[in-house]
Ligand binder design. Structure first.
Ligand SMILES: *Cc1c(COP(=O)(O)O)cnc(C)c1O
Length: 835
């Protein structure tokens, strides 16, 4: 890829000028036949749907490609400021259906496919999910990209092209079993490899000083073990606006010299091993959500992403503008998605000083006017710290820079609070102790001009708790940006029936202006509209019931209340509280306390981190309860329970459309925002939830009367933990006493003695941080209220309509506009027209 002689003369015609492609059914069909036959080489004997999917994907990709180039040229020609969104995770899901929606090719494609006896649904289902993320944080990044393309903002995503994404989950005998997700096994036609933009990333070695040609003392990082970063670009189409933005994912490969060096010393297998060593960096996504990874390979991944992306941006600057970096900060912003890419602060300093020859002050000014940091969690176990010793060995030059940042920062702290050594110790980027650690969140705060939380309560708790010292020092840095979801994927694509019903009533402008949904409000009382709304929900529940039947073998009756909790399995999210309520319902039916009963189908789904023993045991408990309940003829249709294996984006598209009741029941003060809550609300589910994360804002928008609230507040949980006595709470509540008795007597583990002991102990522990027993009674009351209202279908439907009508705030379009107004200040740049 060193061939730079290619068509150097500026008089050569532009090879990328091509006639626009047709968007009608005829053009689509002719291209389809071309790809199927000439490119993929299929003949009339081929019976695999897979190739029809591939041919269709190529047809759509072409239409993206021409808009992609035109978008890139528009950004280049306007020389606009840009934002680079750095994230270790992008949970994209599938591309085909979303691209068809955003390009507005749905109607024409339906004609094409019916001509050639194919069905869109069947083809779309062939595509594997791009599962390059764990959960909310990664899916948020994906929704952000969709909104930026729709708003025509020059924002590019930077991430890692993991060979293995999030593991596939199977349930065997009630237990989670993980299977590697080799999603690139069949080639991924949505990515474009761009070896011409390869970068070199350094590791290990040491730092030394030298005198440069001008007599200035400078530092350099030598004797390094380098790894190459090759970018693969994914198209991010905006909604029907000609814009296609880019997600650039890096793959690690060995350098040629590296191989050669080992090879020349006669160590052939050693050279191959070195290659493996390099490629390991982008091999696998760490499957821990909301908890630290702490592994050397993870730090390698983080630095690899930060370094390759920053070099990519700097190279582009130098190629187009030369080495004067004085305007760099005016034209660039780096948004750090949590602390995962926060090495970028020190790496940008290194590149500007060591590679570009800037002095400290110039480099620091650029760094802390381009970096912005988003915090995603209050859980202490998720706060990243890296041992100084590991940094020293892997990134010695970066550690030097971090020490210098820290020294200069602590001097400022000392000036502001003279003699307050305790404060200096608290705020230091280095945590002292037997094994000193680098505090990545503090590095991110010190090196950024903006620090934001992801919901009002979360941002407040950051200011008052976790980052209190930093807030006192720099109050102006701190701000809130409440999360959202893209209504294109999560309503228009996931729920076409409801979309059409809404558009029939209020027009289709909601697709790019979600606030329009408030115009549904007057129709919430309209009986005919309620009936249509119910019919759509019923249809979506039938589809969900089919999925549950196929994947769990459990019969859900669409007439019943569909009560759903899908999200990562974590103690703070309290799937345990939900299953205790299910046991309580079972107990009530068995006792005959089931007059005017509301039949209920309870659906769980979500992955546990493979090393998270308690979360995996909770999955087992859910499955054991499900087996017992579903096979008890005396329970019948009154209660069904299922655990849907392998929860993922494409499953959620089906699930959120078919849900009546959305479970958002985390211990208050623990869920930063949540976004699952927003997808459900948008699709007309009612929420049962605590005053946590964005639930608070959801309740504010929809009105307290349309939300099933329960539980302690964040403030109350703090106090409650001081003197918490779950045994007394249990003894005091007959329902909970019976539920605990059923658990303790082994009713749900008859031939599996004692397996749920750790769960029983956790609930009964005075140190249970999640306060499961404390919220049980209030939860049961709220559940009973929901069940009661469900019996009045007209009232439930009215509340459902009002929830969708109030979802306008929770679009990532609004979130992105806020980031842009207060942090990025980018212009909107329309793409050059294709024709
Ligand atoms: C939206 C989403 C999440 C986040 O859900 P929360 O309930 O906010 O934790 C996680 N995983 C997938 C696949 C999602 O679509």
């Amino acid at each position: 890829m060193n061939d730079t002689r290619f068509r150097k003369s500026s008089s050569c015609p532009d090879l990328t000028t091509v006639p626009p492609l047709g968007l009608d059914a005829e053009a689509l069909e002719s291209d389809f036949r071309h790809y199927y036959t000439n490119t993929l080489g299929r003949d009339r004997n081929c019976r695999l749907t897979h190739y029809a999917y591939e041919a269709l994907a190529l047809v759509i990709r072409d239409r993206l490609m021409e808009r992609w180039t035109h978008t890139r040229y528009a950004y280049e020609d306007s020389d606009c400021k840009r934002t680079h969104y750095l994230s270790l995770e992008f949970l994209m899901g599938r591309t085909l259906g979303n691209a068809v929606l955003n390009l507005d090719l749905g109607d024409e494609l339906t004609k094409t496919l019916s001509n050639i006896c194919l069905e869109m649904e069947e083809l779309v289902d062939i595509e594997p999910d791009a599962g390059l993320g764990n959960g909310g944080l990664g899916r948020l990044a994906a929704c952000f990209l969709d909104s930026c393309a729709t708003l025509q903002l020059p924002v590019q995503g930077y991430g890692i092209r993991y060979e293995y994404g999030m593991f596939r989950q199977h349930i065997v005998n009630g237990y989670q079993v993980e299977e590697p997700d080799h999603w690139l096994e069949t080639d991924n036609c949505w990515e474009i490899k761009r070896p011409e933009y390869r970068q070199r990333v350094k590791f290990s070695g040491s730092s030394e000083s030298y005198i440069d040609a001008t007599g200035k003392k400078r530092m350099r990082w030598v004797n390094t073990r380098d790894v190459l970063a090759t970018p693969y670009d994914l198209p991010i189409p905006g909604y029907r606006n000609g814009t296609v933005n880019t997600l650039r994912l890096w793959k690690a490969t060995a350098t040629d010299e590296f191989d050669l060096e080992e090879f020349n010393s006669g160590d052939y297998t050693g050279s191959v091993a070195a290659k493996n060593e390099a490629e390991k960096i982008t091999m696998v996504l760490y499957p821990n959500d909301s908890s630290e990874n702490g592994k050397e390979l993870r730090l390698r991944q983080q630095y690899f992403l930060a370094s390759a992306s920053l070099q990519d941006v700097l190279d582009k600057w130098i190629v187009t503008k030369g080495t004067d970096l004085s305007q760099f900060a005016e034209k660039n912003c780096f948004q750090l998605n949590d602390t995962h890419p926060s090495c970028a602060v020190a790496e940008l300093m290194r590149l500007l000083m060591d590679e570009q020859g800037l002095d400290w002050e110039e480099a620091w000014e650029i760094t802390c006017t381009t970096m912005a940091y988003t915090n995603h969690t209050l859980l202490p176990e998720a706060l990243e710290k890296w041992p100084v010793a590991l940094f020293q060995q892997l990134l010695p030059r970066l550690l030097e820079i971090i020490y210098e940042i820290n020294a200069r920062f602590l001097k400022q702290v000392a000036e502001r609070w003279p003699g307050d050594m305790e404060r200096q110790r608290r705020m230091s980027l280095i945590e002292e102790g037997p094994e000193p650690q680098v505090r990545m969140a503090y590095l991110a705060i010190v090196g950024s001009f903006s620090v934001n939380g992801v919901a009002e309560l979360h941002s407040k708790l950051l200011r008052e708790g976790l980052f209190r010292d930093f807030y006192e020092f720099w109050p102006e840095k701190f701000n809130n940006k409440t999360n959202g979801v893209t209504q294109r994927r999560w309503l228009a694509y996931a729920n076409p029936k409801l979309s059409h019903l809404i558009s029939d009533k209020i027009g289709s402008a909601w697709a790019t202006d979600l606030g329009q949904l408030s115009r549904l409000k007057p129709f919430s009382e309209d009986h005919a509209f309620q009936q249509q709304w119910q019919q759509v929900k019923h249809y979506n529940k039938q589809r969900l019931a089919e999925l549950v039947r196929e994947d769990c073998g459990v019969d859900f009756n669409p007439q019943a209340l569909f009560d759903v909790q899908v999200k990562r399995i974590h103690e703070y999210k309290r799937q345990l509280l939900n299953i205790l309520h299910v046991i309580h319902l079972y107990d009530r039916i068995k006792r005959g306390d089931d007059q005017s009963w509301t039949p209920r189908c309870v659906l769980f789904g979500g992955k546990a981190a493979p090393g998270y023993v308690m979360a995996k045991l909770i999955i087992k408990l859910i499955n054991n309860v499900a087996t017992l309940v579903n096979n008890d003829a005396s329970i019948g249709h009154k209660l069904k329970v299922a655990f849907l294996p392998n929860y993922r984006v494409s499953a959620m598209e089906m699930i959120c459309a078919g849900t009546d009741l959305s479970e958002q029941i985390s211990t208050a003060g623990k869920e930063a925002s949540g976004t699952g809550n927003m997808k459900f609300m948008l699709n007309g589910a009612l929420t049962i939830g605590t005053l946590d994360g964005a639930n608070i804002e959801i309740r504010e928008e929809t009105g307290a009367e349309n939300f099933f609230l329960f539980g302690l507040t964040a403030e109350e949980t703090e106090k409650r933990r001081q003197h918490y006595n779950p045994d007394a709470v249990i003894a005091d509540n007959e329902d909970l006493t019976r539920v605990m008795q059923l658990l303790q007597c082994g009713h749900f583990n008859q031939f599996e003695g004692g397996i749920f002991e750790p769960i029983i102990q956790a609930i009964r522990s005075p140190y249970d941080p999640w306060l499961v027993a404390a919220d049980f009674a209030d939860y049961v009351v709220a559940q009973r209220q929901a069940a009661g209202i469900y019996q009045d279908q007209s009232q439930w439907t009215r509340m459902s309509i009002l929830n969708t009508a109030a979802a306008g705030k929770f679009s990532t379009d609004r979130t992105m506009q806020e980031y842009n107004k207060h942090i990025w200040t980018l212009p909107q740049i329309p793409a050059h027209p294709v024709s």
